[in-house]
Design a protein around this ligand. Sequence first.
Ligand code: IFM
Length: 461
Amino acid sequence: MTASKLTFPIGFEWGVATSAYQIEGGVLEDGRGESIWDHFSHTPGKIHENESGDIACDHYHRLDQDLDLLHNLGVTTYRFSIAWPRIFPAKGKVEERGINFYRRLIDGLHQRGITPTVTIYHWDLPQWLQDEGGWVNRETVDHFVEYARLLFQEFGSLVPRWITHNEPWCTAFLGYGLGVHAPGIKDWGAAARAAHHVLLSHGLVVKEFHRLDLKGEIGITLNLNHVEAASDSDPDRLAADLADEFSNRWFLDSIFKGRYPQLLKEGLFNPHLGNWDFVQSGDLEVISTPIDFLGINYYSRTVVRYKEDEPMHVERLTASLPTTEMGWEIYPHGLYLLLKRVREEYTGELPLFITENGAAFTDEVTENGAKGKSVVDTKRVEFLHDHFDAALRFIREGGPLRGYYVWSLMDNFEWAEGYSKRFGLVYVDYATQERILKNSAKFYQRVISQNGIEAVLEPHA
Ligand code: IFM
């Protein structure tokens, strides 16, 4: 029996995503400067087993091989980020060799018929900027605009889709609030300030892009969460509202409505956030400069209940559904609900992209003699199938979802988790740098070539 097919619209874009620090390695090559992630990962005790991105997937030295890998997968677009410290290794210094690396990458994609999607900032702030306060310092905003302008001048005619920031929530709150990401600062006042400056830099770069009258499109990628209350009680619903403001509306309201959400302003999160004197007149108009698309990273849902003595009165429940290796609940329906909600409340007919979705599972390489090596990652195949299905439900209701980038092309440096979590479609043997296509990569090849999925996943897949 052949399962029936669920087909995506013609022209739907299929991609994979990576980021510079997570795959490139080559941290001392061609005049690259230090980033906050070099600094942080070299500080003992910050990263799982004190690992770092020094070598990562050695992508910097294996560019052609990895471009062929992308071609082999059949993706129509590739989302990667540019390492700011390769371009501006020191204050006022531009490094041509860094620019040349990305030119080779972009040209190599075009030669293989793959459309580049560039993330301008995926967390690797130059350390020289952190030494001046990083995102807490408003002047970093001007440096970001200068950096983006240079990228637009160099690559503006070659890159049709630009993403200003990847997951500003993580930049601000993991980096400056919880301190579990670089630069490792634990100060919620600083985190709120950093969040505002990241958003401001986003708006100014969008303006700059339009001022230069470039042909492509520009947007931002947010990590959004489907938040649910543990019960219908008023306190639990308030907790869900608070969690939603903190993880979603802080960014959605400011970008799409030009205001910060109400509960935040009423200070329900305080005293942790300090005061809001960093918001200057006109900032929110800049932040809400119209964009051409919204990128959404979706991984899981969050279920919360009210707890008086929790810092934000929000307690996150432990998982009740099966989880990935990250401990994140597997909840594909949340993707559908989230897309629907974002469209209804914020974006209307604005194009949407899933700029990241994927899963970490424990993978094992099997030797099959003459047939070579394989990785039977059935859980990842099921995960992707069910999330594609959820996306398709949204599209069938008229939802303007234009493309999907799976996280990630290959296993890589998973930030504080080091190399312990594997998100790739392609397995990386870090000892030899061998790349091995997992079954999920083969599944994705079929999805792309058929522009669709089977209605019910067949057991062999
Ligand atoms: O690896 C990260 C990526 O850098 C940003 N989004 C989430 C991924 C998985 O944690």
